[in-house]
Design a protein around this ligand. Structure first.
Ligand code: SAM
Length: 278
């Protein structure tokens, strides 16, 4: 871990001094407990000298923790009110932080943060899932451009990411998150840890990429899971009947067409998608 731990003003003071009243529209629920923030920044593993990318630094709580861990960080913030507070962090950690003023949905994170970057964020709830889907859908040959994802979500989204077959939360997001990554809940975070507290609990999900299974085209896996989970209570023979080749693939793999999507494992979806991709 890097040695430099400059004395920084308390986050509450930063928020008050810069008038950062939380905006609901921007999904602003700030974390102010520096010990908690250091624990989140430790989840990806050693960051000293590593490239990192943060969405929505806000007043800079998680940003400080990532910088204390020694990362070279690019952070994208949509709320211009936060920029003066982030400029103070740039001064406190010379050469370590670059801030982009803009919408993370429009920013090319790979081009900005570089290959091998750790993506770490307390995500705004309204763009969290689309950003995750974008990162999980990256080119993967044999690994994606990013090294790890460490992301705070509302608990319900976190549960959908790590869900196992046979559970209510299991669906398209679980398959997309797990077919070529390990995804786990690294930390549950009580709503009272945020200012202002959101209505629901949150969790930090940690995602580590693996080599993608060979011969599977993402587009085919997506079409398959869209069809299967589009009618999740129906038997596969019904939900997949309009997807060319899918019922034959079930027969080839001896997967019972009377099963429902929520019982099909990630590995089975991958096997079906491999046949559809051929
Ligand atoms: N990182 C801070 C923390 O942990 O205390 C703030 C997290 S807060 C949940 C989400 C942050 O994302 C806010 O600062 C908000 O302004 C910012 N934000 C919202 N939508 C954004 C977008 N589309 N692109 C970039 N930042 C966004």
């Amino acid at each position: 871990m890097a040695d430099s731990r400059p004395a920084l003003p308390p986050l509450r003071e930063v928020i008050a001094r810069h008038g950062l009243n939380a905006s609901k529209a921007l999904g602003q629920n700030f974390l102010l407990d520096e010990q908690l923030l250091d624990r989140i920044a430790a989840i990806p593993g050693p960051l000293d000298g590593q490239p990192a990318f943060e969405v929505g630094p806000g007043p800079g709580g998680l940003t400080r923790a990532i910088l204390r861990a020694g990362a070279k960080l690019v952070a994208v913030e949509r709320d211009g009110r936060c920029l003066p507070a982030l400029a103070e962090l740039q001064e406190a950690f010379p050469g370590q932080l670059r801030v982009i003023s803009g919408d993370a949905m429009q920013v090319d994170a790979h081009a900005e943060a570089g290959t091998g970057a750790h993506i770490i964020a307390n995500l705004p709830y309204n763009v969290g899932t689309p950003l995750l889907v974008g990162w999980l859908s990256a080119d993967w040959s044999p690994l994606p451009w990013w090294a790890t994802l460490t992301l705070m979500f509302q608990m319900e989204v976190a549960e959908r990411i790590v869900a196992k077959p046979g559970t209510d939360h299991y669906g398209r997001l679980a398959v997309l998150s797990q077919w070529r990554s390990d995804a786990r809940i690294a930390m549950k975070v009580h709503r009272s840890a945020f200012t202002p507290p959101p209505k629901v609990m949150s969790a930090v999900v940690h995602i580590t990429p693996k080599s993608a299974p060979e011969g599977v085209i993402l587009k085919h896996l997506e079409r398959l899971t869209a069809a299967a989970f589009g009618q999740r209570r129906k038997m596969l023979r019904q939900s997949l009947k309009r997807l060319p080749g899918a019922l034959d693939a079930l027969a080839t793999l001896a997967i019972d067409p009377q099963r429902r999507a929520e019982t099909v494992t990630v590995e089975e979806f991958v096997e079906i998608a491999r046949i559809l991709s051929a």
